[in-house]
Design a protein around this ligand. Sequence first.
Ligand SMILES: Nc1ncnc2c1ncn2[C@@H]1O[C@H](COP(=O)(O)OP(=O)(O)O)[C@@H](O)[C@H]1O
Ligand SMILES: [Mg+2]
Length: 324
Amino acid sequence: MSDFALRVRDLQKTYNNGKIALQSVNLDVPAGAFYALLGPNGAGKSTLINILADIVLPGGGSVRMFGHDMFSDRAWCKRRMGVVPQEVAFDPFFNPREVLKITSGMFGCKPDMAWIDELLGRLELSEHGEKNTRQLSGGMRRRLLVAQALVHKPPLVILDEPTAGVDVELRRRLWDFMRELNAGGTTILLTTHYLEEAEELCDHVTIVDGGKVVADRSMRELMREVAGRYLWLSYGEGFALSEADIATLSEFQPRSNGKGVCLTLRHATDDSSSSFHEAYSAAVARFGPPVDAGVRQEDLEDVFIRLTHEESTAESVGQEGKGA
Ligand SMILES: Nc1ncnc2c1ncn2[C@@H]1O[C@H](COP(=O)(O)OP(=O)(O)O)[C@@H](O)[C@H]1O
Ligand SMILES: [Mg+2]
């Protein structure tokens, strides 16, 4: 088997209305990875996943899954992949247990009732196994979709916003389950809006924006090399930055949240101590001594916001060295 669960090359999609959803996306998902595909709404995440799931036709490009060409070897790939799409369509005439048996059959497997029971248990659907799917809540239907994607024990699981609208406790248990599957060798690719969870769970992250990859790194590298530090100075409620403040402090890219100011520090690999003193002195010269101050490391959410708000000026991070 190939070392890569997925190798996506130059994937493109323009919808019939002329909307360009994917420009030329490359993605390498190593076998065994817990991989986050992140991006703001409309970035193209679902388009990419729906192409993998055979719901949307690609405009161009290629995908290899465990070394097999996905578009010429669909049947082989489908048996080895479980996809939870973002949009849900359900056949309302069956109960969850039946749905899972039928799905097994669709993947050419004999239903494994012990595994189906385990899935219903792990996804907290045991009590609802005999109910008509029409009686299930939205959250239960999403969990049933996850169970469907796992019923044939695929080595690659792809989840598009699996926890949207799911409460914290349930989300945590779902992630625990995904972590166990991953520890057992299953490759997991997911999209989520919960960036804190992505940072905790995933070992690799690709950020897309406007149908293009803007960052592609191991999570550790991204947080070490791309995440910066900033100096936070508090001046109390009602603080506002004027245009003149922004111009004066422009080298520190000042931001405010109404209680003080954040000044971006030079990257950790530079001589950051001088940058700290410069930033602090510049703020004190402008606003006087702060009520409180501290240095903070950007988290994934900060990095994400920075990278996806700078798309017109930002250089792609980490796209070098990828063959077409
Ligand atoms: N069926 C469709 N027809 C036309 N445009 C679409 C369709 N699906 C998505 N789009 C557009 O393609 C872009 C990418 O959408 P999508 O892949 O759903 O992004 P994401 O999942 O990252 O939010 C958006 O601008 C969206 O409006
Ligand atoms: Mg989406």
